[in-house]
Design a protein around this ligand. Structure first.
Ligand code: PEP
Ligand code: MG
Length: 874
């Protein structure tokens, strides 16, 4: 029978896929002889089977679990439910990729009425025993029975109030006993049954709940945001408990081998004495910095420092570790490569290479390309910041500058973001339910919690600015206010957060562009040496071009000319062109546009300094340039000296039922060749001017959109050539130019071999290609996407992440056929996918020459291309 369960001592760090990250690392630490409380891991394959078997754990798997429980009991000399020597375990999820806080954890499993009193006697610490029991009831209810943890809080408050104390740790053993009874009663009242006393039942129910949690909404959102497939499943780790809440020689903490916010090489973390892990992460009590452990327990501290540095050396990366001290003895509960800010990620990667702990190729793999985004966005203008006085300060939990209107719930944040507002989400503390709100916010501020609290960890992962643990503020979700002394900030008012210092300011503070030197420059230099795929940008203006060059773009892969047509000084001429009744009239109108287009192209060529520039002929249907509402049509008609009826006729004639499949792309050039001729003249004459005036020897690339038949391309190319050849001859220079096409209809992809007879380059327009391959409207897919995600029909938006199985097959087919016909053909992609991680990897693998993406995604694509080259050298 297939093996679904492994003791920690049977696995190793290479077995991530099967054991999940946490399980593999616990096994690896066990193998390294580190003090790890022993246990076993139920594999990700068991989770996959749970779903295949209709959300049940089949008896064969349950039998294996029981067999391994037996082995654990023998190993520890304790047994679940045995009052003489009770075994207590934790049950935790652990997927292949780390998903911090996304799934559920249960501690102290094995507690029941008898065990609780037995533990009280054995430890001579009844308070501890009862505290552990009431925590277990709370967690089990929450995770397994979906009775919220928060519904128990009222009882804690009640007991504290009655006693007249403020903090949980002021409650004694009797108070805890009272709480246990109140919790059990609440359980029974809410769920109609007694709290389960059989520890094996508790265990199986908890394992089932962890499997189930793989499919909870926040885990699904997290996976979609991080490209983690649903099919991976999660492993479950069952580990014997050690207790940080046994008294003043016990404690628990979290630490990183380097500072996760800055990357500084210095042990960084926090701990709480007499507490369990959840207390640190939930931010309910404010923890102490790790360095103070040296004074409290010098030997334990030394041992921890030694283990940390061994782990970092062993993994060749910054580690994030959880530990517990039980009666003066140190235990390691977890290690993993630590989540870090973009700034820290770069510093750590560069330092690890300098310290000889990894190669440049390995370093390249340690930074998530999406994270670079956080470095590219503005920071506060120094002078503006200096002039401002913070109203309060919290922990600098995730760097960056955020300025936005205050909202108090995730839902309100999402709503405000949807209508285009910049949002700062303010919470007492965040929980995994807040993830959508956090994703919609420029910044997150919390009143409680440390550097490893949920808000801090998640915000860093997202690259969102976060100030956590602002102790001085009072947040009222009900009143929608923040109170700081006499100052009251209401919903919708602006605040500014500095995630690098933890300062919070009233109102808006000016921001400035990011610095791209230092570690960033060195690191990206390595990425450029390693990658083989070129990176261009989609840019329509000299401003885009300049920005993208700063970010390392090696050319323009798509210049959409229609955006230039909309500018106020030229829309009039464009409309004249559209309402023209004769070719002569149309040419006259086009002649007015020509010098403006030429000027645009000259400026773009200059901004790119001689790098390749692909300019696309006009693509959208002409009705987009005319008004549609009666009042607007009337106004324009008067403006143009036309009757309303005349203009309305034109608008009516241009109306189409499926404009996306209508008179657009090369079809425009075939109906009105003079448009393509004017644009060719602008493209070529601009290049000639720049060649002559600036000495920039350019080879313009003219791109024909929406081709589906080689004859379309032949028709348009002939017009282009007649204009271009004439102009170049007249100029008397040896300038070359290229004519290519977009591959954005399925027919073009299928007949790419023929099309390559005429096309000197292909650029895959995967926006339209996705639209036409699926038959999904690119503008309306939002309406069905959520449902498709829920039903797992789609795992990601195919307009954001290339569908490799369908659209990707067409791309591959066209690449192969195009190269077969014309081995020198240049191949690129200019759909939105050009800046998406997995899509860039796909483009590398199928052998494209370049990807083209929006300016801010250029560094991301450069790094993604380097990572693809490391994974799949060519
Ligand atoms: C495309 O279709 O992928 C493309 C880049 O063109 P547009 O988005 O302008 O239709
Ligand atoms: Mg297109």
């Amino acid at each position: 029978m297939k093996k679904y369960v492994y003791m920690f001592s049977e696995g190793n760090g290479q077995m991530r896929e099967l054991l999940g990250g946490k399980g593999a690392n616990l096994a690896e630490m066990t193998g390294l002889g580190m003090p790890v409380p022993q246990g076993f891991t139920i594999t990700t394959e068991a989770c996959t089977r749970y779903y295949e078997d209709g959300k049940t754990i089949y008896p064969d798997i349950e039998e294996q679990i029981m067999e391994f429980l037996d082995r654990l009991e023998k190993m520890t000399g304790k047994a679940l439910g045995n009052p003489d020597s009770p075994l207590l375990v934790s049950v935790r999820s652990g997927a292949r990729a780390s998903m911090p806080g996304m799934m559920d954890t249960i501690l102290n499993l094995g507690m029941n009425d008898g065990v609780c009193e037995a533990v009280a006697k054995l430890t001579n610490n009844p308070r501890f025993a009862r505290d552990s029991y009431r925590r277990f009831i709370q967690m089990f209810s929450d995770v397994v029975m979906e009775l919220p943890k928060s519904s128990f809080e009222q009882f804690i408050d009640e007991v504290k109030d009655k006693k007249g104390v403020k903090h949980d740790n002021e409650l004694d053993a009797d108070d805890m006993a009272q709480l246990v009874e109140m919790f059990k009663a609440h359980y029974k009242k809410s769920l109609g049954e007694d709290f389960p006393q059989d520890p094996k039942k508790q265990l199986m129910e908890s394992i089932r709940a962890v499997f189930r949690s793989w499919d909870n909404p926040r885990a699904n959102t997290y996976r979609r945001m991080n490209d983690i497939p649903h099919s991976w499943g999660t492993a479950v780790n069952v580990q014997s408990m050690v207790f940080g809440n046994m008294g003043e020689t016990s404690g628990t903490g979290v630490a990183f081998t380097r500072n996760p916010a800055t990357g500084e090489k210095k042990l960084y973390g926090e701990f709480l004495m007499n507490a369990q892990g959840e207390d640190v992460v939930a931010g309910i009590r404010t923890p102490q910095p790790i360095s103070t452990l040296q004074d409290i327990m010098p030997e334990v501290y030394e041992q921890f420092v030694d283990i940390s540095s061994r782990l970092e050396q062993h993994y060749g990366d910054m580690q994030d570790m959880e530990f517990t001290i039980e009666n003066g003895k140190l235990y390691m509960l977890q290690t993993r490569n630590g989540k870090r800010t973009a700034q820290a990620a770069l510093k750590v990667a560069v330092d690890l290479v300098d310290e000889g702990l990894c190669t440049r190729e390995q370093a390249i793999m340690k930074v998530e390309p999406k994270q670079l985004d956080a470095l590219l966005h503005p920071t506060f203008v120094r002078a503006a910041l200096d002039a401002a006085t913070p109203v309060t300060t919290g922990l600098p939990a995730s760097p960056g500058a955020a300025c936005g209107k205050v909202y108090f719930t995730a839902q309100d944040a999402v709503q405000a973001h949807k209508v285009g507002e910049k949002v700062v989400l303010v919470r007492q503390e965040t929980s995994p339910e807040d993830i959508d709100g956090m994703a919609s916010a420029e910044g997150v501020m919390t009143a409680r919690g440390g550097m490893t609290s949920h808000a801090a960890v998640v915000a860093r992962g997202m690259g969102t600015c976060c100030v956590a643990g602002c102790n001085e503020i009072r947040v009222s979700e009900a009143d929608k206010t923040i109170t700081i002394g006499d100052t009251v900030i209401r919903e919708g008012e602006y605040i500014s957060l500095d995630g690098s210092t933890g300062n919070v300011y009233l109102g808006q503070i000016a921001t400035q562009e990011a610095e791209l030197t230092g570690d960033f420059g060195r690191f990206m230099g390595w990425a450029d040496e390693i990658r083989t795929l070129h990176v261009r940008t989609n840019g329509d203006t000299p401003r885009d071009a300049t920005q993208a060059r700063k970010f390392g773009a090696e050319g323009i892969g798509l210049c959409r000319t229609e955006h230039m047509f909309f500018e106020t000084d030229r829309i009039k001429a464009v409309r004249e062109m559209i309402v023209s009744e004769t070719t002569e009239q149309r040419k006259k109108a086009l002649a007015k546009i020509l010098p403006m287009q030429r000027g645009d192209f000259e400026a773009i060529y200059r901004a790119m300094g001689g790098l390749p520039v692909t300019i696309r002929l006009l693509d959208p249907p002409l009705h987009e340039f005319l008004p549609q509402e009666e009042a607007d049509i009337r106004e324009l008609a008067a403006d143009m000296g036309l009757t309303y009826e005349k203009l309305e006729d034109v608008v009516h004639d241009l109306h189409e039922f499926n404009p996306m499949l209508g008179t657009r792309g090369c079809r425009l050039a075939i109906l009105y060749p003079e448009i393509a001729e004017m644009q060719t003249e602008a493209i070529i004459s601009a290049a000639i001017n720049v060649w002559k005036q600036d000495g920039l020897k350019i080879t313009p690339e003219i791109m024909v959109p929406l081709v589906s038949d080689i004859k379309e391309l032949r028709f348009v190319k002939k017009r282009i050539k007649s204009v271009a050849d004439r102009l170049i001859e007249e100029a008397g220079i040896n300038m070359k130019y290229m004519v290519g096409t977009m591959i954005e209809t399925p027919r073009a992809a299928v007949t790419a071999g023929e099309i390559a007879e005429e096309a000197e380059f292909f650029s895959f327009g995967t926006n339209d290609l996705t639209q036409m391959t699926y038959g999904f409207s690119r503008d309306d897919i939002g309406k069905i996407l959520e449902r498709y995600f829920e039903e797992k029909i789609l795992e990601s938006d195919p307009f954001a992440r290339l569908d490799q199985d369908g659209v990707g097959k067409l791309v591959k087919m066209a690449v192969d056929a195009g190269r077969e016909t014309r081995p020198s053909i240049k191949l690129g992609i200019c759909g939105e996918h050009g800046g998406d991680l997995s899509s860039v990897e796909f483009c590398h693998n199928v052998g494209l020459n370049y990807v083209s993406c929006s300016p801010f995604r250029v560094p991301i694509a450069r790094l993604a291309a380097a990572q693809a080259a490391v994974k799949n050298p060519r």
